[in-house]
Design a protein around this ligand. Structure first.
Ligand SMILES: [Zn+2]
Ligand SMILES: [Zn+2]
Length: 117
């Protein structure tokens, strides 16, 4: 298999939620997984955009969607979507884990607070 910069298929996520949101009792819309270190962060439509923040902090340039049935990758540097190798499991949040989440912290007006793109 060809090595792609920013992707380590062996890195394993430590959980299936955005721990950065958890730390500040926030909430998220969708989840993204860093393809290099398997950090799970929330997407750019989420209030805190922790996946982008992880890229800004670490320089890890590639994420894969962590939503069920979504397998695309995104490269922050060249802003391109692509398809790549199979990463270590889990490859998405469990189906029973709600999106937006976590259920007890999502405000009723979450649709007004997310910015679709
Ligand atoms: Zn977050
Ligand atoms: Zn990372």
């Amino acid at each position: 298999m060809t090595e792609i910069e920013g992707i380590d298929p062996r890195a394993t996520p430590v959980g299936t939620i955005c721990l950065d949101c958890e730390a500040v009792k926030g909430w998220w819309l969708h989840l993204r997984r860093c393809a290099q270190c398997a950090h799970i962060g929330c997407c750019d439509s989420s209030p805190a955009k922790h996946a982008s923040a992880h890229f800004a902090e670490t320089g890890h340039p590639v994420v894969q969607s962590f939503e069920p049935d979504e397998t695309w990758f995104w490269n922050y540097r060249d802003r391109k979507r692509f398809f790549g190798p199979k990463l270590a499991e889990p490859r998405s949040r469990p189906l029973h884990q709600p999106s937006p989440g976590p259920a007890d912290r999502v405000p009723d007006n979450w649709r007004d607070l997310t910015d679709p793109h």
